[in-house]
Structure formats: C-alpha cells, structure tokens
Design a protein around this ligand. Structure first.
Ligand code: GLU
Length: 427
C-alpha cells in the first residue's frame, strides 16, 4: 500500500494536551480577528528539539532519558519557560506548555515568547548525584539552542533552585565566565532574585484577591481548598492563610488532608519539610484523596498540582464558587464549558500563575543590569503587573461577554499579533 503523507494538521506534537491548547487557541482566534498569516504562525511551535540523554547511574549502569525543548514564538523576544522532570513529559506536552508560555508572557507584557522543556524521568526515584548528571548533560546538549538573548530556562515541576544552579554552572563553564542571566529561578547567591521562590504562589493569591474585589467578596471570609502542596500550592496556601482566608484542604501526591475549621498550614509545611510529603499526617484532620479534594464544598478551589485535573467527568461535581488555576492546563476544554454553564468562574492559568515568569523577568533584568532590587520593590512591581493584566482581562470579558480564559487569550494574542504584523514574515 502506498505510504500516506501526513496531513499538515497531524504533526509530531499532536497529543491530547496539545489538542487542548490548540482548541483553546482556535476558539480565541475566532474572537481575536487577526490576519490569517498571524493565526497560521501561532498555531504551531517555531522549533522543537528532541534529545536522548545518556546518563551514568549511581550503580555504574547507564540509562538514556528522552528530553525535549520546544520554542513556540520568538516574535516578542527570547523564549522563556520552565524545564520539568516528570514521567509524563513528551513532545506534545512541551509544545502545549510552550504555547501557553507565549500567551502568559504576552498577557503580562513581558518581552518574551514561550518555551518549555523537560526530561522524561521519575525525579523522586533519582539520587541528587544522578539528577545533577542529568541536568548537566541536558544543559550541554541544549547549549546551542539556549542563551540570555535566545531562550532562558527556569524551574517547573520537580526542578528547583539547585537544578538552575547546575544549569547556570554548566553553561558558564562552557563559556568561560559566569552567565547568571542564562536561567532564572537560581539561588540568590548566584544572581537569583529575592521573592522568585514565592512568586508563583504569591501571584496566585494576588489574582484571587483581585477577583474577590471584583466579585464583591471578602477574601478573608472565604474557605479555600488547594490541590498541590509544592512550590505553587504550598506557598498559595500560606499566602491565603496570611490574608485571613480559611484553608480547609491541601493535598500532594500522597493524598490530602481536610479540616472544615481550617488547617494549621505552618505545621503542615514543617511536617512536609521533615517527612518529604503529607503522607502519614493525621493530627486533627480527615485524610482525603486528591479526587475528593476537588469535590469538597468550599468557596475557592486552587488547582496547583498538574494538568488535566478537572475534566468532563468531575466538572459537574465541583462544589466551589471560583476556580483558580495555579498549575498549567488543569481544566479540560469540556470542563471549561461545564463550569461556565454552572456559573463557576475560572481564573485562567496564563494569568493566575504568571507571577513566576514575571519575577523571572525581574531576575533576568537585574542580572543583565548587575543591579539588584529589594524584596518589597519586587513584590510591589509584581502586584502592579498582575493587577494591570487582571484588569485588562476583566474588561475584555465584560465587553465581549466571554469567559476569563477567552478574554486572557484574546488579550495575549493581540499583543503577539501586533508584533507579528509590524515585523512581517521573513524574508
Ligand atoms: N515554569 C513556570 C511557568 O510555567 C515559570 C517559567 C519561567 O519563570 O520562565 O510559568
């Protein structure tokens, strides 16, 4: 039988998560009214890199790890986005996440396009030395494709300040001098920014606070359930508590804990610092599953674990009044529709978790300028930038009568489209 050529629409990154990003985009493009050449350019990533990383394990054997870096759009500036270590990492996931980074950066008016990368591995099952060798090999292989003016990695799922320090060191050793501006989310000791560690979680709560103002709610009177207790959910839970809200449930990969009167968040953090997860924590709480957490009765449900959590199956069972997306892509397209029908607003990921990349931008600017700002200044600038983006999204939603996700995407697409129309397609 003759070999059938792939249709242009069936490309290597066409996985369910990429379809989700594409479906959202197509819907927003109908509202955005941009020229066809702009839509065509934004439908797919500009560049994708597939690697196999050979790594020596602690027992002397060698393993190969698939790794990816996808750069979606460089129209507005260097591409920017995290590197994740997770068993679900594939080309389609990185492509979807890279596209969302383009919208996130554009919405926040950062001079960046979107990228995302990762290594397919189970980070929890690897030693620190193995993680260091994976990271250094990854950085060496990525070296021709990343750079302070080209593509700037950052932490994402299961990567952290230490990962970024290994990346910065590997890149710098190859250049022959220190290049702190090659990555963001580094330790402060090597050019990291104050408040970067807390920025994503704190930003989630700044956006929730702004939404509460617009909805006429008092944040301090709200009960909140937080799925995910890592860098995003853990910090968001603390910030919500600091704002006076009642955090009734949190969860991580080991499951969740629930107390209708409100959890003791600092004690939970201390427990996780000691034991590695919430597993085994039972004092004054009811143990629940991650699925049960999503269906708890509460005011604000924060999704800060991973993608694909609220779907057609459980969207009808949610009993919250507002959903805030701390993770990227936690709500499926069908779930979005069901929640809209039920009148439950969703604060979309590209706005709600944009605090991380915004302070990454501040970090890069500080590194390039070799001049560092204090914590209060960074927090204030972040709050200003998020409020400005929130207000733009809110008014598009009001004026056009569309969801906050559609409004955020339309606002973001307009930023990229304006740049693309000015620059044109080369040559
Ligand atoms: N990984 C984070 C995100 O998804 C941060 C990216 C960055 O700081 O560049 O937004």
């Amino acid at each position: 039988m003759a070999k059938v050529a792939h249709a242009a629409s069936v490309l290597e990154w066409d996985t369910p998560l990429y379809q989700q990003a594409r479906t959202q985009l197509e819907h927003a493009l109908e509202l955005a009214e941009v020229p066809d050449f702009v839509s065509a350019r934004l439908r797919h990533p500009e560049r994708a890199l597939i690697l196999m990383l050979p790594v020596r394990m602690d027992d002397g054997t060698y393993r190969s790890f698939p790794a990816y870096r996808v750069q979606h759009s460089s129209v507005l500036g260097p591409t920017k986005g995290g590197i994740r270590y997770d068993e679900a990492v594939d080309l389609g996931e990185c492509a979807a996440l890279a596209m969302w980074m383009t919208w996130k950066c554009a919405l926040l008016r950062l001079p960046y396009g979107g990228a995302k990368g990762g290594v397919r591995c189970n980070a929890r099952g690897l030693s620190t030395a193995e993680l260091a060798r994976i990271t250094r090999r990854l950085t060496a292989e990525l070296a021709p494709f990343i750079g302070p003016e080209l593509d700037i990695p950052a932490p994402d799922m299961a990567t952290n300040e230490q990962t970024m320090a290994w990346m910065m060191d590997t890149y710098s050793m190859q250049k022959g001098y220190a290049v702190p501006e090659i990555v963001t989310g580094k330790p402060v000791s090597i050019g990291g920014s104050l408040f970067r560690h807390e920025a994503t979680g704190a930003g989630v709560v700044m956006v929730i606070a702004r939404a509460c103002e617009r909805l006429g709610w008092v944040l301090a009177a709200q009960s909140c359930a937080v799925q995910g207790f890592g860098n995003v959910g853990g910090i968001a839970a603390s910030e919500l508590r600091d704002e006076g809200a009642r955090v009734v449930a949190v969860s991580d990969i080991s499951g969740g804990v629930y107390s209708p009167e409100g959890l003791d968040v600092p004690t939970l953090h201390a427990y996780v610092a000691e034991h590695g997860s919430l597993e085994g924590y039972t004092k004054d709480v009811e143990r629940i599953t991650n699925e049960e957490l999503l269906e708890l009765e509460c005011d604000v449900l924060v999704l800060a674990a991973r993608e694909d959590q609220v779907t057609a199956e459980n969207a009808g069972k949610l009993r919250c009044r507002l959903v805030a997306e701390g993770a990227n892509g936690p709500t499926s397209v069908e779930a979005d529709r069901i929640l809209a029908e039920r009148g439950i607003p969703v604060l979309p990921d590209i706005l709600t978790n944009a605090g991380g990349v915004t302070v990454s931008y501040f970090e890069w600017v500080q590194d390039l300028g070799r001049l560092f700002w204090d914590r209060d200044e960074i927090r204030r600038r972040l709050a200003d930038q998020l409020s400005d983006a929130f207000d733009r999204v809110w008014s598009v939603a009001q004026e056009r009568g569309v969801s906050l996700r559609d409004a955020a995407l339309v606002a973001a697409i307009h930023e990229v489209a304006a740049a693309l129309e000015s620059r044109g397609i080369y040559p």
